[in-house]
Design a protein around this ligand. Structure first.
Ligand code: SF4
Ligand code: SF4
Length: 352
C-alpha cells in the first residue's frame, strides 16, 4: 500500500532548521556517509546552491562548531519553539529505557538543573511533537538494525516502533524512513531535499511505502538494477569471491531486497554492493539482520530460482553466442568488387 499524496504545504517557509541527533545506538555511519553525497551534496543544500529551497540551518553534532552545552542549547531552543519550523533527524536505534535496573542505555548531554544525563528517549519525547517533520536515517533508526537483533539486552527499536507507525508530525507528515547500513549518501540528501521543497510548498506530501520509505528510492530490487543481472539471466554464477559473474550462490539477497544502490552506485555513481562483488545482505529491509542470517549462505529461495535459471539460461546463452558470431560478420552482399566505385576511392581509380 502506498501512502497517497493528499496534503500540500499551504504557506511556504523561508527558513528551515535541520536538527540532527546521533545519540541513538549506532556508529554515526549516516553522518559520515553524508560527506559523500553528490546528488545533491550537503554543501549545496546548506549553502543555498539549489533554486527554490528555503534557507537551511544545519545542526549535527558531528559537524557543528558548537559542542557540549552550546550544542545542547540548540535542542533546548527547539523545545521552546525558537527554531521553528525544524526537521528532526534521528540516527541510531532507540533503546528501551524501561527495561534496565539502573543507569541508562543512551543519553545526550546533561540536565543543567539536575546534572543527570538526558536520555535519547527523553529528547525524542520532547522534540518529536514540536518538529515539522521527522526523519529516521539508517537502519538502526528506522527499524532497529543490528542493535535490535533477537536477544539484545537493550530492547532496541526503530523510531516507528517507538513513536508508532501511524505517528504524524506537526506538518502532518508520517515518519520518513531512509534505511541502509549505512544509508546510501544521496538517498539521505535527496530525501532531505524533497522535504525542503515540501516546506517551500513546491512539492506534495512525500510518497512513502508501507515501511515508510520514499517510494521513488525503494520500490525496485537491487537485482533489477544490478550490473551482474545479465549473468544471472544466463545462468552464470560465481563460486568464489572475485568472480565477475552473479554472486547469488555466495549469499546475495538482491532479487528480493528493495534498494537502489545497484543503479545509483555509492559515491558519484560508482560502486554499489553487488556491482563491486559484495553480496547484498538486505540492510534496507525491516527484517534485517535476523531474517537474512546466517550471512554468506545462499538464500534458500534462490536455490530453486537459480536452478530454474540454469536450465534455460545456459541454452539461451549458447543460442546468443551463435547469433553473436553471425553478427560479427558483415552481410554477404557487402564486399569489395573488382574495383571500388564510390567516393574518394573512385577518384583514385580514375586517376590510375
Ligand atoms: Fe542479482 Fe545479486 Fe546476482 Fe546482482 S549479484 S544479479 S543482485 S543475485
Ligand atoms: Fe544494503 Fe543490499 Fe543495498 Fe548493499 S545492496 S546497501 S547490502 S540493501
Amino acid at each position: 500500500m502506498n501512502r497517497k499524496n493528499s496534503f500540500q504545504q499551504k504557506s511556504p517557509v523561508a527558513k528551515v532548521t535541520v536538527l540532527w541527533i546521533t545519540a541513538g545506538l549506532g556508529c554515526d555511519g549516516e553522518s559520515v556517509a553524508l560527506t559523500a553525497a553528490t546528488q545533491p551534496s550537503i554543501e549545496e543544500i546548506v549553502l543555498g546552491g539549489l533554486p527554490g529551497v528555503p534557507e537551511v540551518r544545519f545542526i549535527n553534532p558531528f559537524y557543528s562548531y558548537e559542542n557540549a552545552d552550546e550544542y545542547i542549547d540548540y535542542l533546548e531552543s527547539a523545545e521552546k519553539d525558537e527554531l521553528n519550523p525544524f526537521i528532526l533527524v534521528i540516527e541510531g536505534s532507540i533503546p528501551n529505557e524501561q527495561i534496565k535496573d539502573e543507569g541508562y542505555w543512551a543519553a545526550l548531554g546533561t540536565d543543567k538543573k539536575t546534572g543527570q544525563p538526558t536520555t535519547t528517549c527523553e529528547w525524542i519525547d520532547r522534540l518529536a511533537p514540536k518538529a515539522w517533520a521527522v526523519m529516521a536515517v539508517g537502519t538502526c533508526a528506522t527499524y532497529g538494525g543490528i542493535h535490535a537483533m533477537e536477544g539484545n539486552p537493550t530492547g532496541a527499536m526503530g523510531l516507528p516502533d517507538y513513536l508508532g507507525w501511524d505517528w504524524k508530525s506537526k506538518g502532518e507528515i508520517p515518519i520518513v524512513c531512509v534505511p541502509g547500513c549505512p544509508t546510501q549518501p544521496d538517498n539521505i540528501t535527496e530525501t532531505l531535499l524533497y522535504l525542503l521543497y515540501q516546506a517551500a510548498a513546491r512539492a506534495p506530501l512525500i510518497p512513502l511505502d508501507e515501511a515508510l520509505r520514499p517510494t521513488w528510492l525503494f520500490s525496485e530490487t537491487v537485482h533489477e538494477g544490478c550490473d551482474r543481472g545479465g549473468y544471472y539471466e544466463q545462468g552464470q554464477f560465481g563460486d568464489d569471491y572475485g568472480s565477475k559473474y552473479c554472486i547469488v550462490k555466495l549469499g546475495c539477497w538482491g532479487p528480493v531486497v528493495q534498494c537502489n544502490v545497484g543503479k545509483r552506485g555509492w559515491i558519484g555513481g560508482v560502486g554499489g554492493c553487488p556491482n563491486v562483488g559484495g553480496i547484498c545482505i538486505g540492510c534496507t529491509m525491516p527484517g534485517f539482520p535476523d531474517k537474512f542470517m546466517p550471512f554468506m549462505n545462499q538464500p534458500p529461495g534462490s536455490l530453486l530460482s537459480a536452478q530454474a535459471v540454469m536450465t534455460y539460461g545456459k541454452a539461451i546463452h549458447a543460442l546468443r553466442r551463435y547469433t553473436q558470431a553471425s553478427l560479427n560478420q558483415e552481410p554477404a552482399w557487402r564486399k569489395r568488387g573488382e574495383k571500388l566505385t564510390s567516393g574518394y576511392a573512385a577518384e583514385i581509380f580514375k586517376k590510375s
